[in-house]
Design a protein around this ligand. Sequence first.
Ligand code: GTP
Ligand code: MG
Length: 425
Amino acid sequence: MAAGSARIVRYILFAFFFIAVLYFISHSSYDGAGLSPESFGVGKGSSVGGKGSNHDQTSSNPIGSSPGSPSTSHQDLGEAPMAMTPADAGWDNLLGTAPGPRMNATFVTLARNSDVWEIARSIRQVEDRFNRRYNYDWVFLNDKPFDATFKKVTSSLVSGKTHYGEIPKEHWSFPEWIDQDKAKKVREDMAQRKIIYGDSVSYRHMCRFESGFFFRQPLMMNYEWYWRVEPSIELFCDIHYDPFRYMAENKKKYSFVLSLYEYVETIPTLWDSTKKFIKNFPEHIAEGNSMGFLSDDGGESYNHCHFWSNFEVGNLNWLRSKPYLDYFESLDKDGGFFYERWGDAPVHSIAAGLLLKKEEIHFFNDIAYYHVPFTHCPTGEKTRLELGCHCNPKDNFDWKGYSCTSRFFETNGLEKPEGYENQQD
Ligand SMILES: Nc1nc2c(ncn2[C@@H]2O[C@H](COP(=O)(O)OP(=O)(O)OP(=O)(O)O)[C@@H](O)[C@H]2O)c(=O)[nH]1
Ligand SMILES: [Mg+2]
């Protein structure tokens, strides 16, 4: 009898224990949590940056958090040299955490809540081809508050920490010196002429924000390097090394994968404003700059070449420097973000071309990329096979007539990759 009740007590205790374990599991898991960076020994968390504030609030905590600022989120992974070619030690090791130091860097995405599934696709590719081994953070910015679905889906896909910031009104509105009637007439006229996004106010706010404000959002102030990612992009090849570290070690400040000619109807007076800036701030123009990439007549006129800014890996301190800010402020005062439809791509590109030395701009041949409608697929079969690429080399835009990449190689005295001649049309 005594043995029978002891057994019952044991059963009850066991049942309690079982229920407690079930309760614990169901309350500590997070819908859709995917990669666990803890298994690599790297922390992960999620925070929301308040409007105009530098305050990180922990909003959700998918798989356990590691407190502290984004810049302190990575443990010391040693000083291992980067494997840049198949001949280098460690090249074939694409499993587990990549050794070597981490840069103070983040991915950054501007998006609307409705972009969630398109950005999910982009994140998945960035993680699979690169970040699952590096666990860099990701900052999301929006002119409206991010909703729970956006945060839940994106934080489950990113292997580093995620941060969500709301853009303050003054960075996403008409400055007081803009004549609203004049701006409205321009939009109506561009709509009639069927200029893409010509009638859109939000597109203009987006271009102005990307030109002058993303890098000084409170959440971005924690970092030195950024990699911009847009919805619905594709990455076609494995990235075997850390592009942030490559930039830092090789003294690069700005980079691109695709370049092309800007639609001239959107920037008729951008070069006039640029020339005014050059005249007012000659001290900001770098010696050994890339004027040859931007102009065919020594700076008199703009040839419309620009780097496509939906992909960028760059240095935030450069964008926050006086030369860049003076350039942006000078353009902003001239009003072309609203009286025309200046894009952030020509603005960043002209700034990089004039304010940086030409060696500070890097072309990543080995980062294969697609944003509708253009593809950068690395030139050279050997490279594509080594990197496990799945892009069709015929789609590569680099050497086609409407690309400016050939010009970049020529102005920088770089040798074009083997096989480029076969991809010119
Ligand atoms: N929060 C927010 N993000 C926006 C808005 N408009 C555009 N974006 C984001 O800004 C970036 C650029 O916008 P896109 O619409 O992709 O512009 P685009 O690349 O010139 O044109 P597409 O060919 O449509 O991709 C993307 O990351 C968008 O998600 C907006 O009104 N609000
Ligand atoms: Mg886009």
